[in-house]
Design a protein around this ligand. Structure first.
Ligand SMILES: [Mg+2]
Length: 235
């Protein structure tokens, strides 16, 4: 969003954007909680499935790379990247779809900032429904959001984040300039937000590669609070 457009829309010529944001749409994994926060042992059944369905197919170093990728890439991308045989893909998919977090989970330690933000808060997260919903329960964060949506990859009719964002805006009568999107993934929520003309904020949690397509970059939720409270030093 250019400064000029910002000033025209907000009706100010002071050089600062006094935009009133009404809503922030958050991502979950590596945004509000670390993907690894579920604990390595939770994914053991998936690792075991891969090993048992492809004996000898993957070397130990392949397996190490796959396990590393399981924390940060969508399953389909992992299947393609590591050339999973089709039966192994199917079995891995089924195994993953059964995962469920049953123990309490810790969000990033700045999660307490969320209720201080003077906006409607939405959570839109992509993944297996059972797994994503169990994480939200384990984190105990449901009450922080006006609405929570899982874009479930294991159900027919997966909409994609952009359609969820557009749907939220339509139902809540929100204009693009009133909505901010916060997430770690430059190719997912940041692209979706940009396509809809929303203000996009990439949150650079540890290990997250900085993209080039967001309007703002922050290290954590304190940075978001500064943006929303219109501190001119924020950016
Ligand atoms: Mg994420």
């Amino acid at each position: 969003m250019s400064d000029l457009r910002c000033r025209l829309e907000s009706g100010t010529v002071t050089g600062y954007c006094f935009r009133m944001y009404k809503a922030v749409i958050f991502d979950l994994d590596n945004c509000l909680s670390a993907a690894e926060a579920v604990g390595q042992e939770l994914l053991e059944p998936v690792f075991a499935t891969i090993r048992s369905h492809s004996p000898g197919h993957f070397s130990e170093s392949d397996m190490a790379a796959i396990i590393d990728d399981l924390w940060r890439l969508p399953l389909d991308d992992i299947f393609d990247k590591h050339r999973f045989p089709q039966p192994t893909r199917d079995a891995t998919w089924n195994s993953y779809s059964q995962l469920e977090v049953k123990k309490p989970m810790q969000a990033y330690d700045d999660i307490g900032i969320l209720p201080e933000l003077p906006v409607m808060r939405f959570l839109v997260t992509t993944g297996f429904r059972r797994f994503q919903e169990s994480k939200i329960r384990a984190l105990g964060i449901s009450s922080l959001f006006t609405e929570i949506r899982v874009d479930a990859i294991d159900e027919a009719g997966k909409k994609g984040k952009q359609n969820h964002f557009a749907d939220i805006m339509e139902r809540r009568r929100l204009r693009p300039e009133e909505v901010m999107v916060v997430g770690d993934n430059a190719e997912s929520e940041i692209v979706a937000g940009n396509n809809l003309g929303l203000t996009t904020v990439q949150i650079l949690r540890p290990g997250v590669p900085r993209g080039t397509n967001a309007d703002h970059y922050i290290e954590g939720l304190a940075g978001l609070r500064r943006l929303l409270l219109r501190d001119p030093k924020a950016g």
